[in-house]
Design a protein. Structure first.
Length: 259
């Protein structure tokens, strides 16, 4: 049995395997670093600009004196969106037009920014309340509660309501007026004096007329030394005059007795 000579190549096999693994690791690492660098380059030069600078800066336009439809047409080309926040009465801006906006006009913004607006309801109106029979204080409370204000007060006699109560308003009840408009009221001073029309007494017998007028409550006088009988030739007040019961009637007759 002879001893075979040792193979000098066998001890070198493990060393080549280790180098091969090292080269493979280095290759994978290089590939990973290359991929990372490429991704970082793409992220910095493509993704980030789109995130940060993708939408150009624009300035919010002035939407005053525009309707909602007009405002939306103005915002769309700029990449902005319109949001309606509510409504408010304002006599200076017509109904349906934009009253205020946020952000304000000329504000620089980026991205699909929303512009929030409040729409005007125009001038606010109120209806005049029914004031007949109310006291002046009660009428004032009703008027103020309706968003109006008390104006001038006129007084006149009336048989319809008692003294100090409202007879009517100007404008009348249910009239529609702008808010804070003034309302005038007519207030009763109570029943007024009774007025009568003086009849034509010329040619009538004075004695009979005198009795009738005195029975009615009027005071009748004749001029000194004037006849107390005969047809009446003069009367004061004149026929057709408005008189009250406290008036004094002066009559003058001819002195001839009517037959």
């Amino acid at each position: 049995m002879s001893d075979a000579p040792a193979d000098p190549a066998k001890p070198a096999a493990p060393k080549r395997s280790w180098r091969k693994r090292l080269l493979g690791f280095v290759s994978v690492l290089a590939l990973a670093l290359s991929a990372f660098g490429t991704g970082l380059l793409i992220f910095n030069n493509v993704v980030m600009p789109r995130l940060i600078h993708g939408n150009a800066e624009v300035r919010v336009p002035d939407l005053g004196n525009l309707t909602l439809e007009q405002a939306e047409k103005t915002l769309v080309p700029l990449g902005l969106q319109l949001s309606r926040a509510g409504e408010r009465f304002d006599p200076s801006v017509p109904r349906g037009f934009i009253l205020s906006q946020d952000p304000p006009a000329d504000t620089p913004v980026r991205g699909r920014k929303r512009v929030i607006v409040v729409v005007s309801l125009g001038e606010e109106f109120s209806s005049v309340p029914e004031l007949f029979g109310e006291s002046v204080r009660g009428a004032q409370l009703l008027v103020e509660r309706a968003g109006l204000r008390m104006g001038g007060t006129t007084r006149a006699p009336s048989e319809d309501v008692g003294e100090g109560l409202v007879l009517d308003s100007d404008p009348p009840a249910e009239a529609v007026l702008p808010r804070e408009a003034a309302i005038g009221v007519l207030v009763s001073t109570g029943p007024g004096a009774e007025y009568y029309v003086m009849p034509d007494l010329i040619g009538r017998e004075i004695s009979g007329v005198r009795r009738q007028l005195e029975t009615f409550g009027l005071r009748v006088l004749t001029p000194p030394a004037a006849p107390t009988v005969g047809p009446i030739v003069f009367q004061q007040p004149a026929p057709g005059s408005r008189i009250t019961r406290d008036v004094t009637v002066v009559l003058q007759a001819t002195g001839r007795v009517l037959r």
